[in-house]
Structure formats: structure tokens, C-alpha cells
Design a binder for this molecule. Structure first.
Ligand SMILES: CC(C)(COP(=O)(O)OP(=O)(O)OC[C@H]1O[C@@H](n2cnc3c(N)ncnc32)[C@H](O)[C@@H]1OP(=O)(O)O)[C@@H](O)C(=O)NCCC(=O)NCCS
Length: 197
């Protein structure tokens, strides 16, 4: 799907990096910097994403810059673009990429809460996990989720992530310490889970 964003004066093309049904995963665009900064700082969104520090546009700008020459990329971030509504609604990608041991942390954020509860994270995660295992050749993808984030816990379990352990009282949120649940998914299990699709 290639289309012009007509609502924006600065017309630019939105093109998929990974194609989905309801959403595409598209490459970050500097024109979305303000919007992304809003998501990162939105009280409702950042509570679950555990963004405790304010994040500036300048900081986010650095995320869209390529790794300096000679340095390896440690994170990959894509924008979740709603095809029917023609708008970017969140981000998904990998952080702490360990290219030697071939593992990475998966992180996602739907920055527009009106799109929560519609199963979008399941679709976006499947696309990015396929990319991680089949293109980036990851061996293991992991996630850390703290207990009150029931949506993320449920989504991880549905995708086939297995619990590896619980870090007791790891996360301080809203005046309380919460346990951090560590989940992981191995490439061999992902292939097995999806071999009939
Ligand atoms: C967490 C987040 C990515 C989930 O995305 P989403 O598209 O809203 O997730 P879904 O609608 O697919 O919900 C996931 C599952 O949780 C279930 N769920 C929703 N609310 C729930 C609750 N209170 N308790 C238990 N399960 C719940 C849903 O029913 C769904 O399961 P189902 O498919 O079996 O019905 C999104 O809400 C978000 O971006 N939140 C803010 C940032 C964040 O938390 N990032 C993740 C940090 S680990």
C-alpha cells in the first residue's frame, strides 16, 4: 500500500516495510516526531510503557538516525500504520539487540489509546517476530512485563512466549513495587507454532 498523506501539508509517501492486514509496519519518518513524542509522554500510555523520564523531540530524533559508521545497530523501531484510517498509531521493534548471541527485547506501544483492545498488538507482533526470526536471524526474542499490564501479559502468552522467571519487586510504578515477568520465545518454537499457517 502506497499512499499520499493528504491531511498533512507536508505531503509525503507512506510505504510499508512489512505488510499486514489491518496495519502495515512502516519506516520511521521525521515528520512524525511530534506525534511520537506525544505518545512517549502521554500519561496513560507511558504508565504501562514505563517511561518514567520526560522524553524530548531531540531525544526521539536520535532514534531515527542511523547508527554512526562502524557501530552496530542496537535497536530497530518501526511505526504501526493503520491502513483504513490512514494514520500512524504506535511503534514496535527490538531493543538491546545482541548480534552475537542473537537475541533481542521486543517492545511495543500503541500511542493512541482509542486503538487499544482491538487486537492490533497481536498482528503487529506477529509481523515483527517473523521479521526478527526469518530476516534478522534472531535465536530468541524476550520481553519483560510487569503484572498490572494485563494486556501485554495476555498478548505475550497468546503469541507463544513462555515465562522464564519472575524478578521480584523489580518495577516501581504508582508508589508500589511490582514483579517483572520475563518471557521468551525461541525461533524453533515459533516455527513449530506457525507451521500450519
Ligand atoms: C499493551 C498494548 C501494546 C496492547 O495492545 P492492544 O492492541 O491494546 O492489545 P489487545 O487488544 O490485543 O489485548 C491483548 C489481550 O489482552 C486482553 N486484555 C485486555 N485488557 C485486559 C485486562 N484488563 N485483563 C486481562 N486481559 C486483558 C485482551 O482481551 C487481549 O486478549 P484476547 O486477544 O484473548 O482478547 C497497548 O495497550 C499499549 O500500547 N499500551 C501502552 C504501552 C505499553 O504498555 N507497552 C507495552 C510495554 S511491555
Amino acid at each position: 500500500m502506497i499512499e499520499k498523506n493528504k491531511e498533512n501539508d507536508n505531503k509525503f509517501e507512506v510505504f510499508p516495510f512489512i505488510k499486514g492486514d489491518t496495519i502495515d509496519l512502516v519506516v520511521n519518518n521525521s515528520k512524525w516526531l511530534d506525534l511520537r513524542t506525544k505518545w512517549e509522554n502521554d500519561p496513560e500510555v507511558r504508565r504501562y510503557a514505563r517511561n518514567t523520564w520526560p522524553r524530548t523531540v531531540e531525544e526521539l530524533k536520535k532514534w531515527t538516525e542511523p547508527a554512526p559508521r562502524g557501530q552496530i545497530k542496537e535497536f530497530i523501531n518501526l511505526v504501526i500504520y493503520h491502513k483504513q484510517d490512514k494514520r500512524p498509531i504506535g511503534t514496535i521493534g527490538f531493543g538491546h539487540i545482541d548480534w552475537v548471541n542473537r537475541n533481542a527485547n521486543i517492545a511495543a506501544m500503541i500511542g493512541e489509546p482509542e486503538y487499544w483492545g482491538k487486537g492490533i498488538i497481536g498482528e503487529a507482533s506477529k509481523l515483527v517476530i517473523d521479521y526478527g526470526f526469518n530476516e534478522l536471524n534472531f535465536h530468541k526474542i524476550y520481553a519483560g512485563i510487569y503484572k498490572p499490564n494485563e494486556r501485554s501479559l495476555r498478548a505475550a502468552e497468546k503469541l507463544g512466549f513462555q515465562k522464564e522467571g519472575v524478578l521480584k519487586e523489580e518495577q516501581y510504578v504508582d508508589g508500589q513495587y511490582h514483579d517483572m515477568h520475563k518471557f521468551a520465545l525461541f525461533k524453533r518454537d515459533w516455527i513449530k507454532l506457525n507451521e500450519n499457517e
